[in-house]
Structure formats: C-alpha cells, structure tokens
Ligand binder design. Sequence first.
Ligand SMILES: [Zn+2]
Length: 218
Amino acid sequence: MDIRETLVEAGKRLLGEGLTVETWGNISVKDDQGLVYITPSGMDYETCVPDDIVVMTMDKKIVSGKRRPSIETDLHLGVYRARPEIGAVLHTHPIYSNVFAAMGESIPLGICDESAQALGDTIKTADYALPGSLELAENCVKALGNRANACLLQSHGAVCVAKDLKGAFKVAKVLEMTAEIYYRIRAIGGSFIPISAENIKAMQSYVAESYGQPKDVL
Ligand SMILES: [Zn+2]
C-alpha cells in the first residue's frame, strides 16, 4: 500500500480505536529517502484521502500535497531529527493517558509485562507548551530521551514512536492500556509491585532477539 493510503487508513484507525476524538491527533511516517509524510491540519479523518497527505523534507520543505500540514509538524520533525531510528510518529489524545498528562505525572514502566516490553525506558510527561509551538516539540523530544517509545504531553495527549507505523500503534495501545491499569489501581487505593529493572531488561532483550517467529518463516 502507498504510504499516503496507509496514513489515511491509520487516521481512521486512530479514531476507531478511541485513541483520539474529532480531528485531534496526527500521524507521520518517514520513508527510506528521509521524506516525511504527515496528516493534514484539522481535517476529518473519515473524509481524508491520499491527496490530502503532505510530504516534506526533514527541513520542512513541502515536496507534495496542497493541504496545510499538521499543526504539530515541528514535533514530528523534531523526533525524527533526534532519533534517526524512528520511522513513524503517532500523536494521540487518549482518555486514560490524558488523566496522567493532566496531572503532569509520569507513568511507571514496570506496571505490567506489556509496558515493560514495548515502551522503552520511561513514560514521562513533557512540560506544558502551546499546541503547535516549537517549545512543545522541544519538550517532547526531551521527555522521549534516547530510548522511550512513548511520552505524555502535559494537559494535551501522548506521543508514540517506533520504527514503523505498525509498531507505533502497538506502542499507543500498550500505553493507553498501561495508563488504564495504573488509573484503576489508584482508583481502588491500591498499589502495584513494580517489575524489577533486571527483569525489564531481560524481557526487552528477549523481545529484541527471540520473540515471535523467525523472519524467514513469515
Ligand atoms: Zn494534540
């Protein structure tokens, strides 16, 4: 599937899976040539078509598409510049993640095996800055650091990154599930037993090296 079509489908998925509401949130993919494909600003995901996707260079020169790109273009480009291994950025506005984003709290990584395996090393909340600002882009890059696959944006939403779009959706789903578990633990006045740093490291190594089927049988 063409990258533009993939992004249109991803927009519908973002909405359908409750990872955002209305036109909020945005999605981008970086191709092999270093071109960034990004969803247009403020357009309805249901009516968005491949021609609405904007294609630009890493220094923000538009090479294709007539629409105005997402308001968070600088945030997406900032992440790609800081983390060359990243190939997809998903900016979501999910409910449970936003509970902690509104409180300006981090979510502990070691709540469950899924978060420990998929989310990198931290789930921090980036300091508040206005939507679309360069400051927000900088705060987000700082919160992600070198290894996190997700962070929260204070009073705003979440940013999920991976080497491809499929991976970014996995991160988004695991992040929201983790936030919901953490919310529920706190709602009943409970506490959780954190998975040890040693076990988190062991799981991440296993996932990187041995999990799933060998590449040649897929
Ligand atoms: Zn947003």
